[in-house]
Each structure stands twice: as structure tokens, then as C-alpha cells.
Design a protein around this ligand. Structure first.
Ligand SMILES: Cc1ncc(COP(=O)(O)O)c(C=O)c1O
Length: 386
């Protein structure tokens, strides 16, 4: 009775939750470095959230009035240009819902954030995938791939899982090549981490129209568990997206927390400083181990293991460290690691060294690496002990 074309669409597999790994492996302590979350909670939101708990018997204000007012002021846009979503993921679904009819096309890079093409297929779109070049968007090829059936072109900037970004000039030149009737979806989930030559997308929206810029409270603001993101676009498009979203898609607690997040710049600054420092720690350690990795404009790093990551993933899970394998992206030899707390990053590096040692990759890496994890050879059921 259901649509048969849905059967062949693969479900999106998110990073494994801490609770699930604890249950499955009987571990007490698990470090999650898999879903690009901030590794500490914004405790300053507690008071506002507890106050809001008194109202949870009532539906939330669907239009997010107070949050909308605060965000519009901060971004210097009109209030009715904003659409809130249950995470910025929801904006992807809403845009597809609004623009795609069966047989229409979307243009995406590959590999990039998978939701564009998965949800595109769910809506019946034909997906045109343009391979990345050295983990950077090939904007020329993407512009050339546009046909009169193309409705949306998706750009993750900064990109996931690569962590690379497109600068102001690159995006401006790209926009000149895109027909005005194609929606340009600028997904800026990692906007806050990006460097200073990053595009001023909201100005581009003023000039061009037919752009939606999406951002999220899940990453630098540390609210991934509350599910709240937003899109800024033209009033006309916002009006359509607001029509088709569920009336109460953003709950009360998320709205209140997001208002506090906008007010409290200290937490955001702390996160940005922290990520910069710890990312540098990871870079330094990875360099010592002679790993190939991509310098990232985000809070995660893409690493090339140069062999299938399955056994590394298994090893790290047993040690209580969750990383992100990239099999779903076709990147079987790569994995992604989120910047965690210092102790989490140290443990990750320590386990990585032990793993390399166990795999007899030791000699190829550096003579100074010593395997310090007790009993790791037993855990891995391998005969070689280093
Ligand atoms: C590029 C990109 N876009 C969007 C999202 C979705 O974020 P959320 O739905 O939590 O706002 C993510 C999450 O990992 C992402 O990496």
C-alpha cells in the first residue's frame, strides 16, 4: 500500500548515541565524538527552562514570537523572513516539500551532508550528484549540471564531512551562474566556526532573493538535544514554508533555550575558543602520527586511515570512544572525529596509537609510539602483541 520507490531509499544512520553504546557493550563511560556536538552543556539555560516547565501542559506558540523578535533583531532581517524548524534538518525537508514535484531535479555535491539527497529522493526528485574535488565543492560543475528541471541546489558551507568551506568570492561568483528561478539552499550549520572571509549570505539574499540560509542552535550553541534551527529567506518563501510546517514544530523548552542562547555570547565565545584550541591539539597529534587529515572550518576533522575503518571503529567502541564511520558516504577508508573535551581527545589519540600498534602499523608511523593500553591485544583477539 505504501510507495514502492521508498523501499530502495536507505535510512540515514546518525552517530551512535552514548546510551546505546553503553547498553550494547556494558560500558560505564563512553565518549561521543561522532555527531559534531559541543562536549559540554550550556548550563546558563537551566533557570529559564525550569521556569518554562510550569507551562508544558500548554502547546507552544507555533510562530515562536519572542524568539523570532530576538533573532530578527540580531540578524537585521524582517521577522517574517524567518522560518523555525525542529533542527535545521527540518528546513531541508520543508524546502523540498515546497519546491519539488515528481520528476524535478536537485543538484548536490558528493559526498556531502546526506539528508539533501535522501530527503530529495523521498520527495521524488531526481538527484544530480557532482563529485567533490579534493573535498571541496566543484561549483563550476554544479552550475553546469543545472537544467530547466532543477529546482534546488544545495550547498553545505562549511561542508560536512569534509569540513572545508567556500569563501565569499567563490559563493558570489557561483550565484551569478545560477538561474534566478532555482532556489539556492545555503546550509550554514557550522557558520559560527567559520573564518572571516566567509560569505555574508544574508546580504546575498537581499540582492538575489530565491536563497534560503539555514543555521542551527545544535552546534556552536550546544542545544542539539532540543532540536531547533532556522532558515532566513524571502518573505514569500518563508510564508510558504510556514504554511506547510507542522503548527507546533518547535517546542516551548527549545524556544526559551534559544532565546537565552542568543542573549548569552559568553557561552558561544567559550565554545569557539575551546574548539580552536582542542582542534589544534588534534591536528598536532595527528601530524605526529603522520595521518592525512583535512584542516577544518568546523568542530570536526576528517581523517584518512588509508584502509577500511571497520576494525578501528570496533576497537574504539570497545574502548568507549564513538567516532563516525563514513560508509554511508562511500568513504570506507575515512572517519570523522568531533572535537571533544580535552580528556576525550587525549583518550581518542591514545586509543588511535594503540590501534596502530596492534595493527602492526607501528613501524610505519613513528618509532616513538608505544602501545600503553593494557590487555588491548586480548580485547581485540589478535595474536600479535606489541
Ligand atoms: C551540514 C549540516 N546541516 C544540517 C545539519 C542538521 O543540524 P540540526 O538539524 O541539528 O540543526 C547538520 C548536522 O549534523 C549538518 O552537519
Amino acid at each position: 500500500m505504501f510507495r514502492k520507490d521508498l523501499v530502495k531509499i536507505k535510512a540515514y544512520k546518525p552517530g551512535r548515541p552514548i546510551e546505546e553504546v553503553k547498553r550494547a557493550l556494558g560500558l560505564k563511560e563512553v565518549y561521543k565524538l561522532a555527531s559534531n556536538e559541543v562536549p559540554f552543556a550550556p548550563n546558563y539555560i537551566k533557570k529559564a527552562i525550569l521556569k518554562e516547565v510550569a507551562n508544558v501542559n500548554r502547546y507552544p506558540e507555533g510562530g515562536c514570537f519572542y524568539l523570532r523578535r530576538a533573532l530578527a533583531k540580531q540578524l537585521k532581517v524582517d521577522r517574517d523572513q524567518i522560518v523555525f524548524g525542529n533542527g535545521s534538518d527540518e528546513l531541508i525537508v520543508l524546502a523540498l516539500e515546497a519546491f519539488i514535484q515528481k520528476g524535478d531535479e536537485i543538484v548536490v555535491a558528493y559526498p556531502t551532508f546526506l539528508i539533501y539527497e535522501l530527503q530529495g529522493m523521498v520527495k521524488g526528485a531526481k538527484v544530480r550528484r557532482l563529485p567533490l574535488k579534493d573535498f571541496r565543492y566543484d561549483l563550476d560543475a554544479m552550475a553546469k549540471a543545472i537544467t530547466n528541471k532543477t529546482k534546488i541546489v544545495f550547498i553545505a558551507n562549511p561542508d560536512n564531512p569534509g569540513g572545508t568551506y567556500l569563501n565569499k568570492i567563490e559563493v558570489e561568483q557561483f550565484l551569478k551562474k545560477i538561474p534566478k528561478n532555482v532556489l539556492v539552499f545555503l546550509d550554514e550549520a557550522y557558520f559560527e566556526f567559520a573564518p572571516s572571509n566567509f560569505p555574508k549570505s544574508l546580504n546575498l539574499l537581499k540582492k538575489r532573493g530565491n536563497i534560503i540560509v539555514t543555521r542551527t542552535f545544535s552546534k556552536a550553541y550546544g542545544l542539539a538535544g532540543l532540536r531547533i534551527g532556522y532558515g532566513v529567506t524571502t518573505k514569500k518563501i518563508a510564508d510558504i514554508l510556514n504554511k506547510i510546517r507542522e503548527p507546533f514544530n518547535v517546542d516551548r523548552i527549545a524556544q526559551v533555550a534559544a532565546i537565552e542562547a542568543l542573549k548569552n555570547k559568553d557561552f558561544l565565545n567559550k565554545v569557539l575558543k575551546f574548539v580552536k584550541k582542542e582542534k589544534q591539539y588534534l591536528y598536532n597529534e595527528l601530524k605526529k602520527l603522520k595521518f592525512d587529515f583535512i584542516e577544518s572550518a568546523t568542530n570536526f576533522v576528517l581523517i584518512n586511515l588509508k584502509k577500511d575503518t571497520a576494525s578501528l571503529n570496533e576497537y574504539l567502541l570497545k574502548e568507549g570512544v564513538i567516532i563516525r564511520e563514513l560508509r554511508g558516504w562511500g568513504l570506507n577508508n575515512f572517519f570523522r572525529v568531533t572535537v571533544g573535551l580535552h580528556k576525550e581527545n587525549v583518550k581518542f589519540i591514545k586509543c588511535l596509537k594503540s590501534y596502530m600498534c596492534c595493527q602492526n602499523m607501528y613501524g610505519k608511523i613513528t618509532k616513538n609510539v608505544k602501545c600503553k593500553t593494557k590487555n588491548h591485544s586480548a580485547k581485540l583477539k589478535i595474536t600479535k602483541v606489541c
